[in-house]
Design a protein around this ligand. Structure first.
Ligand code: SF4
Length: 128
């Protein structure tokens, strides 16, 4: 018997998972998503990553990024290494791709802020 907390929604149901003859049985879930979560966690756990990358701009030394989709949990450290190698040297805006198909995972590293977009800088100049 294993126990885990479902993190799919704020209810945070406590799930019990028992394997009987190779089949996982989930209890404690208030909805079907909890069962799917528990089985995925035990068979192929996936995660998203939110982080920051460095830039060459002193006024915006770091920029927030995230992965465009979920990646296998065991690849988080490898993907983080790739994220840590990124140095932004151009103006970018929210949604721009900084690194495509990172490590062949099928997901991209994308910008989640407009702090380095040309429009943002133009607006800042207008208000000064
Ligand atoms: S089992 Fe359903 S209700 Fe409970 S935390 Fe998971 S998603 Fe939410």
């Amino acid at each position: 018997m294993r126990e885990m907390t479902c993190i799919t929604c704020p209810n945070g149901c406590t799930l019990q998972i028992e394997e009987v003859e190779g089949i996982l049985h989930v209890t404690g879930n208030k909805c079907k998503r909890g069962e799917a979560f528990a089985i995925a966690e035990l068979t192929h756990p996936m995660r998203t990553i939110c982080s920051t990358v460095r830039t060459i701009y002193p006024e915006v030394p770091v920029l927030p990024v995230r992965v465009s989709g979920e990646i296998p949990k065991e690849r988080i450290f490898d993907v983080m290494k790739e994220i840590n190698h990124i140095l932004v040297d151009r103006h970018v805006r929210r949604g721009d791709v900084l690194l495509e198909n990172v490590l062949g995972s099928g997901v991209d590293i994308i910008v989640t802020s407009n702090r380095l977009s040309r429009e943002e800088n133009e607006n800042e100049c207008e208000t000064v």
